[in-house]
Ligand binder design. Structure first.
Ligand code: KG4
Ligand code: ZN
Length: 349
């Protein structure tokens, strides 16, 4: 550990997880999380007001838990990083308000940072400092973005993103139409392992020749979702039993085929030799398998952190905060507002 590095407290509240972590350099001291997912499951989606209330209730206990587990006193913290966006306005406001209060109370610098870039930065805690240039594929229930990362603290370019549903969101929607519990992603993953991925040829969105210019690195999953819905409907209409495993496997194959093909093409085009995959959807076993296979074939070094760091957490924000502080970036002004649509080129405010 580089003990001279500043101790950064990270706070994440962009969706339903209240995350608090401490990072020094690339070393994670503690990562504490409280989730309100159980409260949302019965609604089949995240209810922002419910999430905001849960963040409010969990914030101080989660900060206390993190400090207690790391045996760190608040006075030892050198800087505070907090998710400024993108995400849900109410939840983001709770996190940034808490972070601002801490920054003022402790008289320490505050950094409002980008949640999506945090999903890539967290890998530095596991696999070490990024090489000069990496490609990052961030896939979750809320985002599907392809980022060219020249410097995770200062220079990130968004090459593409989803034009409609995120990968996890598409899995959740197909899960719903197959009658699976929310969130459907992990259930489809499990069912897909027993099905035939070549049983049904579902469409690969934005892969036609005409899309190669404008949308070479963008994704679209809503047409695929509609194709699955139609296929299942016609199966039910004709009185046949829906082969759920084959539908899940063929659907999953279509999603991960497009994600990996476009990502590898971007790595080749930009001569990038390291790919980082992050976000909750990177738990998906079809994605892991195909990404490993295609990266090996293309000679690309694949870095996917363990799943506990891929879902939303405080470690990703502390990791990005730590990189930003070490890069000498100026702190955010205390009056910054949350940005639910924060551009993926903005690392910190
Ligand atoms: O990062 P995350 O925890 O929260 C968001 O920021 O969205 O990602 C959750 C998303 C959900 O859509 C969930 O269904 C999906 O990731 N997911 C999966 C798997 N595990 C989680 N999707 C497919 N296969 C999985 N194994
Ligand atoms: Zn996320």
């Amino acid at each position: 550990m580089a003990s001279g590095d500043p101790l950064v407290l990270g706070i994440e509240t962009s969706c339903d997880e209240t995350g608090v972590a401490l990072v020094r350099g690339n070393e994670l001291l503690v990562d504490a999380t409280a989730s309100s997912m159980d409260e949302h499951a019965r609604y089949g989606g995240i209810i922002p007001e419910v999430a905001s209330r849960a963040h409010l209730e969990a914030m101080i206990p989660t900060i206390g838990k993190a400090l207690g587990q790391a045996d760190v006193d608040l006075s030892e913290v050198d800087a505070i990083a907090v998710t400024a966006g993108p995400g849900l306005v109410g939840p983001l406001t709770i996190g940034t308000s808490a972070a601002k209060a801490l920054a003022v109370g402790l008289n320490k610098p505050l950094y409002g940072v980008n949640h999506v870039i945090g999903h890539a930065a967290v890998d530095q805690l596991v696999d070490g400092e990024f090489p000069e240039r990496v490609m990052a594929l961030v896939v979750s229930g809320g985002h599907s973005s392809l980022l060219l990362v020249d410097d995770v603290a200062t220079k990130v370019t968004e090459l593409g993103s989803t034009l409609d549903d995120a990968a996890g969101e598409a899995f959740d929607k197909v899960g719903r139409l197959l009658g699976l519990p929310y969130p459907g992603g992990p259930h489809i993953d499990r069912l897909a392992r027993e099905g035939d991925p070549e049983a049904i040829r579902f469409p690969r969105g934005l892969t036609a020749a005409k899309d190669q210019e404008k949308h070479a690195y963008d994704f679209s999953f809503s047409g695929l979702k509609t194709a699955v819905a139609r296929w299942v409907e016609s199966c039910r209409d004709s009185g046949r039993e829906v082969p759920v495993g084959d539908v899940a496997a063929s659907f999953a194959a279509a999603v991960v085929d497009v994600l990996t093909a476009k990502t590898i093409a971007a790595c080749r085009r930009h001569e990038v030799e390291t790919l980082v995959v992050g976000g909750g959807f990177s738990a998906n076993s079809q994605l892991r398998e195909l990404a490993a296979k295609r990266c090996a074939e293309a000679g690309i070094d694949l870095r996917i952190p363990p799943i506990r760091y891929c879902t939303d957490n405080g470690a990703m924000i502390a990791a990005l905060g730590s990189a930003v502080v070490r890069a000498g970036v100026a702190p955010s002004s205390l009056d910054f507002g949350v940005d639910s649509q924060m551009p993926l080129t903005t690392v910190s405010l």
